[in-house]
Design a protein around this ligand. Structure first.
Ligand SMILES: Nc1ncnc2c1ncn2[C@@H]1O[C@H](COP(=O)(O)OP(=O)(O)OP(=O)(O)O)[C@@H](O)[C@H]1O
Ligand SMILES: O=C(O)[C@H](O)CO
Length: 402
């Protein structure tokens, strides 16, 4: 029988140093991505300080995504920017710039202006909240020469079909009497009758690539659309939701007429109260958040020659139509032939059907306890360390047997 000792793991059979890549998402409401990475790293080093450990951050979130990219992205610059939030109040809403595939890229989180954390959702906020601030960020980024714009979506309190952002970019909306509608409103609450300037605003984006990072597959309007999916969470009444949905549908009919562009069935455009739809009118395309995040933090390069990939998230699940960031980075590791492990606070039942057999998923729980207890920072860190230790030991044993 082979004796297992701590030197086995640092070097492979050819005497080469082992390389482990760690890139965890946050455990929401429990630990940041950095804290999870650190717990895993410490646990590995305790077993074997010789192992080469390479870290990166990933995120499913919007504001959290900006933070992760600021920390882990290459040559990222933060652009300070003052604008107005979804209620028209002043807000500091910085965005990021970098170079991506040889072109200047701006990275903007919708939640930096339209975040749900800025309101207490109510029917009153529902009829006021506008995406105008996002439009001002996009305009600023264009002015700075951005040729690509990445929009990190999610966590918004806005339901204006993205019309506010179009208004900020120069699209004009008129009421029944032919009066120009002002900027301090959710345009869906105004029963606008006419839209002007759409084509000339769209033309400004002819040579700009807009990427809408999202994992949702909800379309813009209709039965599965933005209003019916998230309207209530954002404070909308049944009546408001119905009316807004109808007006969004009407707007997309205008787009068909004016631009000969039918986006009604495109999955994902309902994201953030329909902001996805407005961005698609400008030429935006949906991109999987995990893929673009991984590229921006250099994960594919880090995974080259790696012997193991460890990631994590608060709760892992399997939604084949709408895979989450965690599943996307696990698939990336598999594509690169790197064995992959996910360490999670909870493993959703849907994971029973997870098709990627090159991935091992572990819950960090040691014994039955309340969710509250499981999510206590120190307890969770200890649990992550213990499960990491067991994973590494298992790998040690497997290698020693060879
Ligand atoms: N230490 C923990 N132990 C058990 N469960 C945890 C722990 N940390 C987080 N969770 C669970 O994970 C959930 C969050 O999941 P995750 O971190 O994957 O973010 P998310 O996918 O953005 O969340 P959401 O479910 O809101 O989309 C929390 O609501 C909680 O139920
Ligand atoms: O902000 C929202 O509308 C939801 O998070 C879905 O995008």
């Amino acid at each position: 029988m082979n004796v297992i000792n701590c030197t086995y793991w640092a070097f492979d059979s050819r005497g080469e140093k082992m390389k482990v890549v760690i890139a965890a998402d946050a455990f929401k409401d429990c630990l940041s991505s950095d804290e999870v990475n650190e717990a895993v790293r410490e646990s590995i080093f305790k077993i074997d300080p010789e192992v080469e450990v390479v870290t990166a951050g990933i995120s499913d979130g919007a504001l959290d995504g900006l933070d992760v990219l600021k920390r882990w992205g290459r040559e990222i610059e933060e652009i300070p920017f003052k604008t107005t939030d979804l209620m028209g109040r002043p807000v500091d809403a910085p965005y990021l710039t970098t170079n991506y595939k040889k072109a200047p890229l701006a990275i903007i989180a919708t939640a930096s202006t339209a975040g749900k954390h800025r309101i207490l959702p109510s029917p009153g906020s529902f009829i006021r909240a506008t995406s105008f601030g996002l439009g001002t960020q996009i305009r600023d980024a264009l002015g700075r020469g951005a040729k690509r714009i990445l929009i990190l979506t999610g966590e918004t309190g806005v339901s204006d079909g993205g019309l506010g952002l179009l208004q900020a970019l120069g699209v004009n909306f008129y009421d029944e009497e032919g009066h120009l509608i002002g900027r301090d409103k959710n345009l869906l609450a105004t029963n606008f009758k006419e839209v002007r300037n759409l084509e000339s605003v769209v033309q400004q984006f002819n040579h700009v690539e807009i990427m809408i990072a999202t994992n949702t597959d909800r379309p813009y309007a209709g039965y599965r659309g933005a209003q019916r999916t998230w309207g209530m969470d954002k404070g909308g009444t049944k009546k408001q939701i119905e009316v807004f949905d109808k007006r969004m549908d009407g707007f997309f009919m205008t787009v068909i007429k004016e631009l000969n562009l039918d986006l009604r069935d495109v999955a994902g455009l309902g994201v953030d109260g329909g902001i996805g739809g407005a961005l698609a009118v400008l030429g935006g395309q949906i991109v999987p958040t995990g893929d673009i995040m991984a590229n921006l933090v250099g994960l594919p390069q880090k995974l080259e020659d790696a012997d193991l990939f460890i990631t994590g998230t608060g709760k892992i699940s399997h939604h084949p139509q709408t895979p989450h960031v965690i599943n996307q980075v696990l698939d990336l590791a598999t594509k690169m032939s790197v064995p992959a492990v996910a360490i999670c606070g909870q493993v959703d039942n849907s994971m029973r059907h997870y098709p990627n057999e090159k991935v091992a998923v572990f819950s960090i729980q040691r014994r039955p306890s309340s969710l509250r207890r499981s999510m206590e920072t120190r307890y969770a860190i200890v649990n992550i360390k213990i499960v990491t230790r067991n994973i590494i030991r298992l790998m040690n044993m497997a290698r020693a047997e060879k």
